[in-house]
Design a protein around this ligand. Structure first.
Ligand code: PMP
Ligand code: GLU
Length: 394
């Protein structure tokens, strides 16, 4: 088919760089190259047994019919209880919409909140899909950069400067993909003070990495009463319970926003897989030790990767407080044989056989992202390969 038949909306969309790099690394591996894939971010653990058992039971018990569009009431009750238990938030089940992953929840929320021409403030580095989702909704992304010198967190004055009369939404993510940074309650309070002065601006708070946190503290943006009536919380089971393939996420929002997302879903996807929903319910109501076990493994790997990265001359690293990514600054290697961070990610793949993602794909050039959700031995080998490949560029 001719390219011109494709809508401008989709034609102008960039493909997901995280998924593209991962596909490229699989291609090379299929050709026999021993590639270590640190590009896509997903737990390398398998889904805990009790969750898998719940899914098998769901099939046997004939949870095989169309589920309600916003999700089974039992699951939404379990999520409401999770929000109360873990985050001290009060949401009624009616304010919760279950979707096919947090990605789908984010996309629903953006489509429900953004009109053509509306500005959406996105602190960068930000996860690759935020800007593209805003473009799909015909909104205008306004990126606010925060580099390693400010630990990748925007300051209240930067937020204030980015908001104008066209701003309708701010998208925040903590713990952050790709930087691993976490806003403390005090840091969030500074941003909330700004947001409180702009009641027309809604907020999306992406909390998918909530449990992959090495600080022992987590603050949800919905816990600030000044703005709670316009915060959409995004979360799901992918990261905390190693359930990326099950595709279950949710949003918790003020009722009119939840209703809008449910209406949207009713005309696009319907309710998501009945079996995956029953598995997610088991994740939320079942034993939570598995979450802590995986968190500890990620923390150990964070320490390992940061230590190894700090031994690489020219690489500038922070100490990420959550998620499972390292986002080192790589400008020391650019300008010679390799000009940009994108070229550097390709160079590391082709020369070092390690797949990473370029910082510019997250809206912040001069960096690369490594996912350390991989076995310790693989991480040691990968960091060794990166060190050797980078040494050739200095
Ligand atoms: N938000 C962020 C910041 C992410 O990194 C991811 C993982 N791709 C998602 C949302 C989506 O997660 P999922 O759709 O697997 O629930
Ligand atoms: N969160 C992961 C990442 O950023 C998953 C891939 C994706 O959906 O983009 O790598």
């Amino acid at each position: 088919m001719e390219q011109s038949r494709i809508s401008r909306r989709v034609e102008s969309l960039s493909p997901s760089a995280t998924l593209a790099m991962s596909a490229k690394s699989s291609e090379l591996r299929a050709k026999g190259v021993d590639v270590i894939n640190l590009s896509v971010g997903e737990p390398d653990f398998n889904t805990p047994e009790h969750i898998k058992e719940a899914a098998k039971r769901a099939i046997d018990e004939n949870f095989t019919h169309y589920p309600p569009v916003p999700g089974y009431m039992d699951l939404r009750r379990a999520i409401a209880e999770k929000l109360r238990r873990d985050n001290g938030l009060e949401f009624a089940p009616e304010q919760i919409v279950v979707s096919a992953g947090a990605k789908h929840s984010l996309s629903n929320a953006v489509l429900a909140l953004v009109n053509p021409g509306d500005e959406v403030v996105i602190p960068t580095p930000a996860w690759v899909s935020y800007v593209e989702m805003v473009k799909l909704a015909e909104g205008v992304p306004v990126c606010v950069p925060a580099g390693i010198d400010q630990d990748f967190k925007i300051l209240p004055a930067q937020l204030e400067a980015a908001i104008n009369e066209r701003t309708r939404l701010v998208m925040l993510c903590s713990p952050s993909n790709p930087s691993g940074s976490i806003y403390s309650r005090e840091e969030y309070a500074g941003l909330v003070e700004v947001l409180a002065r702009h009641p027309e601006v809604a907020v999306i708070s992406d909390e998918i990495y909530e449990h992959i946190n090495y600080t022992g503290e987590f603050t949800s943006l919905a816990s600030f009463p000044e703005i709670a009536d316009r915060v959409v919380v995004i979360n799901g089971v992918s990261k905390a319970y190693a359930m990326t393939g099950w595709r279950v996420g949710f949003l918790a929002a003020p009722l009119p926003i939840a209703k809008a997302c449910s209406k949207l879903q009713g005309q696009t996807t319907s309710g998501i897989s009945s079996i995956a929903q029953k598995a997610a319910e088991a994740a939320y109501v079942g034993p939570q030790e598995c979450v802590e076990e995986m968190r500890r493994a990620f923390e150990r790997r964070r320490d390992l990767v940061v230590k190894l990265a700090r031994e690489i001359p020219g690489l500038k690293v922070n100490n990420p407080q959550g998620a499972f990514y390292l986002f080192p600054e790589v400008t020391a290697y650019l300008g010679g044989k390799v000009k940009t961070d994108k070229e550097l990610a390709m160079y590391l793949l082709e020369e070092g056989h390690v797949a990473t993602v370029a910082g510019s794909d997250f809206g912040l050039p001069g960096y690369i992202r490594l996912s350390y959700a991989a076995a310790d031995e693989l991480l040691v080998e990968a960091m060794g390969r990166i060190k050797t490949a980078l040494a050739k560029l200095l």
